[in-house]
Write a protein that binds this ligand. Structure first.
Ligand SMILES: [Cu+2]
Length: 465
């Protein structure tokens, strides 16, 4: 991850500086800036226009603009892209300006905004500016508000960013396919007064999901609910950068959901309040403390907290199958099944056969051969061993000495002596156990024989809702 200073030095695959945009100020179309690096790019402060405190897009970047007679001009290019989901797996997606999701667009309340959208996809597209107040003909619904943008053509959207807040953009043309392929982006309209609800760190990311068969690279676009890769900004753990903050920073995290199911986003170690939704800032009297907030389909949530407590705190979706990767799906439950006899027989035929999961699913220390271009279902090495996570999972790193405005990864937290869970080595007393078979309110008439069930998770299990 880069610091802002690194950014100005031009580190990274493409030096995306605002100066590069102003050089083509005389051209009729703003330059389409492309970013190929999947690391988090802290944005430079705004070079012109109204001042604002920029957001940090997790594993993403913000799109530079040019000022043209007082109008903020952006150029989005809808195109096929290759996105690294995590080291070891790349996906053929559709996105904008070299990445999926597209770059974050940052403007200020009251800005006149003009967005050129060039379509380099093999089919028509459009852009819907989710949540914005704008003229009806700029709302981007193909057929309803505008004709689709044909392949090879450029359309122009223009409106005033009337309402400050948190927004998204995505196509409203062949939506199921184009969003399953990764076409989406974040939009933040900053308040005119930069002191309004000012925070020290303002992170943004989209929740998205893909169905990519292990060993392949292109999402299945007709999948309705049974996705196998659950991502923050088209990245899965351990490919998601940490949220790095300085102790006592006021932290905002803005999350938008463009998957087909809801995601309870959970932060460890701190309580937060929901300070913003799709509809704007929540009135302060309406806020209550939470440690998990559900972000439903098509919704956005801004959460805020003071990062008071030092450490490496998990931040993840609380649906446990959303914090694992592709290889973990459609595996039968084997807990309690003694299949050693079967394994011995199979071993005579298949010498490398491995018994899995009879003591639970732990994959720690077990390296299985994988097809090319996929990821183990649970992975990531922490300071104490395997983290056994995947998917929608990252780490909030709170540090005392993290410099202001610096997002460089400080490494693992050094726990003060005596503050880590430890093994009990003394005597163990026999635990008290209840002998009751159940409640006494409505006792069963007759006790039947013990029934043993072999539970198997059905293949192609329906519904992640
Ligand atoms: Cu989830």
């Amino acid at each position: 991850m880069f610091t802002r200073r690194d950014f100005f030095k031009g580190a990274g695959a493409v030096a995306v500086s605002a100066a590069a945009v102003s050089r083509v100020g005389a051209a009729s179309l703003p330059e389409a800036v492309v970013q190929a690096d999947a690391r988090t790019q802290p944005p430079p402060p705004p070079p012109n226009g109204r001042p604002f405190n920029p957001v940090v897009t997790l594993n993403g970047w913000s799109l530079p603009w040019r000022m043209n007679n007082g109008v903020k001009e952006f150029h989005l290019v809808a195109e096929p892209v290759v996105r690294e989901l995590a080291p070891g797996m790349k996906a053929n997606l559709w996105g904008y300006n070299g990445q999926s999701p597209g770059p974050t667009i940052e403007v200020v309340e009251g800005d006149r905004v003009r967005i050129f959208v060039t379509n380099k996809l093999p089919e028509q597209t459009s852009v819907h500016w989710h949540g914005q107040r704008l003229p009806n003909g700029m709302d981007g619904v193909t057929g309803l508000n505008q004709p689709g943008i044909p392949p090879g053509k450029t359309f122009v959207y223009e409106f005033e960013a009337r309402r400050p807040g948190t927004f998204m953009y995505h196509p409203h043309a062949d939506e199921m396919v184009q969003m399953a392929m990764g076409m989406m982006g974040f939009w933040v309209t900053h308040p005119k007064n930069p002191e309004f609800m000012k925070v020290d760190r303002d992170f943004v990311f989209l929740l998205n999901a893909y169905d990519i068969e292990p060993g392949t690279a292109t999402p299945k676009v007709n999948t309705m609910t049974d996705f196998n890769l659950w991502t923050f900004n088209s990245r899965v753990f351990p490919g998601i950068d940490p949220l790095v903050v300085r102790q006592n920073d006021r932290v905002r995290i803005r999350v938008g959901n463009l998957t087909m199911t809801n995601h309870p986003i959970h932060v460890h170690g701190h309580e937060f309040t929901v300070t913003g939704t799709d509809g704007g800032w929540t009135p302060p009297a309406s806020r209550w403390p939470e440690v998990t907030t559900d972000v439903a389909v098509g919704q956005m949530r801004a959460i805020e907290f003071d990062a008071t407590d030092l450490g490496d705190w998990a931040c993840h979706c609380h649906k446990s199958h959303h914090s694992m990767n592709a290889m973990g799906h459609e595996v039968p439950t084997m807990i309690g099944v003694d299949h050693q006899g079967v394994a011995d027989k199979i071993n005579r035929l298949v010498p490398d056969y491995m018994v899995m999961g009879d003591k639970g699913g732990s994959m720690d220390g077990m390296e299985m051969p994988l097809p090319d271009n996929t990821l183990p279902m649970m992975t990531g090495q922490g300071p104490f061993g395997g983290v056994e996570m995947g998917g929608m999972f990252t780490v909030l790193k709170v540090r005392k000495d993290q410099p202001r405005g610096n997002y460089a990864d400080p490494g693992w937290y050094q726990h003060p002596p005596g503050t880590v869970a430890y093994e009990w080595t003394g005597e163990l007393a026999e635990p008290q156990r209840s002998s009751s078979a159940g409640g006494r309110l409505m006792p069963a008439k007759k006790q039947g024989a013990d029934v043993h069930l072999n539970v198997r998770k059905p293949a192609g299990h329906a519904g992640h809702g």
